[in-house]
Ligand binder design. Structure first.
Ligand code: AMP
Ligand code: GLY
Length: 439
């Protein structure tokens, strides 16, 4: 019997989910709205947007969908799970109340404080005047974060520049832009100001049915635009998994001090969490800390985590939604995976590119690379064109980082369009330095 699964979203993360779900020939996979690559492997419903719930529901009813998986945070934070569940559709994703772990940094911090989960020291402000006074008077380095969703652009980290007064004033300016300038509207009216931690970041993503937890391989994400971690923050320029510095001992500590207290704490507060849960961790001399929760799988992390999942993803999702992950063991591969994100030259400052012809995708696949599409579309004649700033996640899997990297870059170099660009240093330093860094 074929099972119908609807994936909601249109990025490389959703392409990776669709790719993993279609490995089981018993699944009929649909995607709303999808993109130029997803439509090659699943049925895309381009007219159904991720944030318009009645259209998603109508599609589920029309198709008789057995399960919905949601990629982006916005629909989850706005209650897509509650809406679809109330109408009899099964969703692997958190409710609106549980999704506040990502939807409000203040709520997430308060929850961590109540649940004794390690997270940087913090304060929150509704008044810009008070925030500015606090920042100027604080001795240590700080981070300013908008409370609400800002598409990953609401965080400013204090720079390590010699002039302390200047670096504090830059943070005050960031707070002003959020609170007074209302750069992100209501999302920035309240801010969190927290202690800046020094260490190495790690993305730890689990699937949970509300009680039981199944981790995926830990991953490291490259957020800065240019080689050597230079330039502005982006939605991720590449990543790799696993993370050698994330040793079994560290994983045990993270499970005991962070993951299980989160799952148990949410359940105890009546907000049982089901779905993917992403822990943005900082590994420091004092142990692991939570910088952020995301209530969905990561992008680009999913592009390396799912190729390292040997078990059938759909079985895990169906088990998860029915509270049945107890005793289910996901099999993970011992291989390494590296992902290079292909973007437009003007990303992230400008709007990307649209309608540029892309060649070489098949050659990239012939090199052994997995090519997950992000901002692409199909022309009426069936060729693939650009449609955004992030265009592809190109992934190599191999016995070690060197092999995986080789496949990812050989694939990346085959893909050609006028404004293409990518970082050249992804997975060049696979994490063999100490967890707290070398600075
Ligand atoms: P967030 O959305 O909270 O994860 O923040 C985005 C990025 O800002 C993180 O991935 C880190 O690179 C950086 N960041 C956030 N909080 C801190 C912190 N307390 N200390 C150092 N870096 C941070
Ligand atoms: N890679 C960061 C994120 O998915 O939020």
């Amino acid at each position: 019997m074929s099972r119908k699964i609807l994936v909601v979203g249109n990025g490389a993360r959703e392409h990776a989910l669709v790719w993993a779900l279609t490995k089981n020939s018993g699944n009929e996979v649909h995607c709303a709205p999808g993109n130029g690559g997803i439509c090659e492997v699943a049925v895309c419903h381009r007219e159904v947007k991720a944030n318009y719930f009645p259209a998603i529901l109508a599609l589920c009813k029309k198709l008789g969908v057995d399960l919905v998986v949601v990629g982006p945070e916005e629909p989850l934070v706005n209650g897509v799970t509650d809406f679809l569940s109330a109408n009899g559709v099964a969703v692997f994703g958190p409710t609106k109340a549980a999704a506040r772990l990502e939807g409000s940094k203040v709520s997430a911090k308060q929850f961590m404080e109540r649940s004794l989960i390690p997270t940087p020291e913090w304060c929150y402000f509704r008044s810009f005047r008070r925030a500015a006074a606090y920042i100027r008077g604080h001795k240590g380095q700080l981070v300013v974060k908008a409370d609400g969703l800002c598409g990953g652009k609401g965080v400013t980290v204090e720079k390590e520049i010699g002039d302390k007064k200047k670096s504090k004033e830059a943070l005050v300016a960031a707070a002003k832009e959020l609170m007074v300038g209302k750069r992100f509207g209501a999302a920035g009216e309240s801010i969190v100001v927290e202690e800046k931690l020094v260490g190495k970041e790690c993305s730890f993503v689990v699937q949970t049915d509300g009680t039981n937890v199944m981790p995926l391989k830990p991953a490291t994400d490259y957020k800065r635009r240019y080689d050597g971690d230079d330039g502005p923050n982006t939605g991720g320029m590449g990543c790799y998994a696993p993370v050698p510095r994330f040793t079994p001992d560290i994983e045990e500590e993270v499970m005991e001090r962070i993951v299980m207290p989160t799952i148990r704490g949410m359940a105890a507060e009546g907000n049982t969490y089901r779905g993917f849960l992403y822990f943005g961790l900082m590994l420091t001399r004092k142990g692991p800390f939570v910088l952020e929760y995301n209530v969905r799988p990561g992008d680009p992390e999913t592009s390396v985590q799912l190729p390292l999942l040997k078990s059938d993803l759909s079985e895990l999702l169906f088990a998860g939604v029915n509270g049945g992950l107890a005793g289910v063991k996901a099999e993970l591969s011992d291989e390494a995976a590296v992902c290079v994100v292909v973007v437009t030259e003007n990303y992230p400052d400008k709007g990307g590119s649209s309608g540029e012809h892309i060649t070489g995708i098949d050659y990239a696949k012939e090199c052994g690379a997995l090519v997950f599409h992000a901002g692409t579309a199909k022309t009426p004649l069936g060729s693939t064109v650009t449609a955004g700033g992030r265009i592809f996640n190109v992934v190599g899997v191999g016995d070690n980082f060197s092999d995986a990297r080789d496949v990812a870059y050989r694939g990346t170099m085959k893909i050609k369009f006028g404004t293409s660009d990518y970082r050249r240093d992804i997975a060049l330093e696979p994490a063999f330095s100490p967890p707290w860094g070398t600075r």
